[in-house]
Design a protein around this ligand. Structure first.
Ligand SMILES: [Mg+2]
Length: 372
């Protein structure tokens, strides 16, 4: 089997009601899917993260910069192709958009391998589990949403069957943000795991003040308390609290995560397979984390392809804990993949059993939301 074509499929869903976190205003959800065609007739699908920049940049990188390393090659040469691409683009890449572009191609290659073998990807990688507990990821800031509306939102996720939830912090002054946590904790009771995410918006003194105050609410983790370049600052925060510190969705490759792990800045590492280097690189990051007895709980906040790819990754590692399940309205998530992924009554998500990622793109959704 030889790869004949690598192309990007950009999609955009304009939100009816914008949301925001501590750093990002989100009026629309954009996803760059990657499709690989082969001479066998099999096609693979992946996704490349395009957070923080124009989708055209990511699509161009996929088609012009990464594709030449893969076209004409056997998709089973995963490590060789990944390494050749990383080395070949290193002056231009190493981190950021080039690694995100590579990520989507790597995922599509793994989807192809699963299809060629007739097995779900998590089994091809080496299964650890066939279902993963999901936490509801929501609790964004939005017009007219105060602490009590936020508490109702989170209580609604539990009614849907989620057994844990995450909310945003860092967008308001500390006292107002702590009111949000207090309202949610009182609505859901003391036993439901509640994660909080500051999206890197605190400086170290604010983060220290917040983590100490958050201990009273027994939050499950504090995500991205400080800037992703402040490794020492993050380590100071981690050392000052018994709460687990999680991060950084903004970090990529094993080389990026290594100094955080060595500095004991994180208890939970959060690479995203569409962003940090694909399934190939995220498995290395998870292995690195496991050597320090750390959990690997990916960031998952894009299309249904992102959700499926991260789910297969998590189910293939021994130190995964949770699947992040974005709960904001977005037809590019579950509708795009035609219901291949659903929350079970036990709060867990079962792995799709079709070959590869086990998802088929819904042609109607693709057509409706496709850009250019
Ligand atoms: Mg986050």
């Amino acid at each position: 089997m030889k790869i004949t074509r690598v192309s990007a499929i950009p999609l955009r869903y304009p939100m009816e009601k914008p949301i925001w976190d501590a750093q990002h205003f989100i009026p629309a959800r954009t996803a760059v899917l990657v499709q690989i065609e082969t001479d066998s007739g099999l096609t693979g699908v992946g996704e490349s993260a395009c957070f923080g920049g124009p989708w055209e940049t990511t699509a161009t990188l996929v088609e012009k910069e990464i594709a030449p390393y893969y076209v004409g090659q056997d998709p089973f040469l995963v490590e060789k192709l990944w390494t050749a691409t990383y080395q070949g683009t290193i002056q231009h890449g190493r981190r950021g958009a080039v690694i995100a572009a590579l990520s989507g191609v790597d995922i599509a290659v793994w989807d192809l391998i699963g299809k060629a073998m007739g097995r779900p990807l998590y089994q091809v990688l080496g299964a650890f589990t066939d279902s993963v507990p999901a936490y509801a990821s929501g609790g964004f800031y939005s017009e007219g949403k105060g602490a009590s509306e936020l508490a109702s939102e989170v209580a609604g996720y539990l009614k849907q069957g989620f057994t844990a939830a995450k909310i945003k912090l860092g967008g308001l002054a500390p006292a107002a943000d702590l009111d949000r946590v207090a309202a949610v904790r009182s609505a859901i009771g003391p036993d439901v795991p509640l994660m909080v995410d500051a999206n890197s918006n605190w400086d170290v003194p604010t983060a220290l003040k917040m983590v100490r105050a958050l201990e009273a609410f027994d939050v499950a983790w504090v995500e991205e308390p400080v800037a992703p370049d402040d490794i020492e600052g993050c380590a100071r925060v981690a050392a000052a609290t018994w709460l687990p510190i999680a991060g950084f969705e903004q970090e990529t490759t094993r080389f990026g995560f290594k100094p955080f792990i060595l500095a004991q800045a994180l208890q939970i590492v959060q690479p995203d397979v569409i962003w940090a280097g694909g399934i190939t690189e995220c498995r290395r990051i998870a292995a690195l984390a496991s050597a320090w007895n750390l959990a690997c709980v990916p960031h998952v906040f894009s299309s249904g392809v992102c959700l499926a790819a991260n789910l297969h990754f998590i189910a293939s590692i021994p130190n995964g804990r949770w699947l992040e399940h974005d709960c904001n309205p977005n037809p590019l998530r579950l509708e795009l993949i035609g219901g291949a992924i659903a929350l079970g009554k036990d709060g867990r998500v079962a792995l799709p059993q079709g070959p590869g990622l086990g998802v088929e793109l819904d042609a109607g959704i693709v057509q409706r939301y496709r850009l250019a």
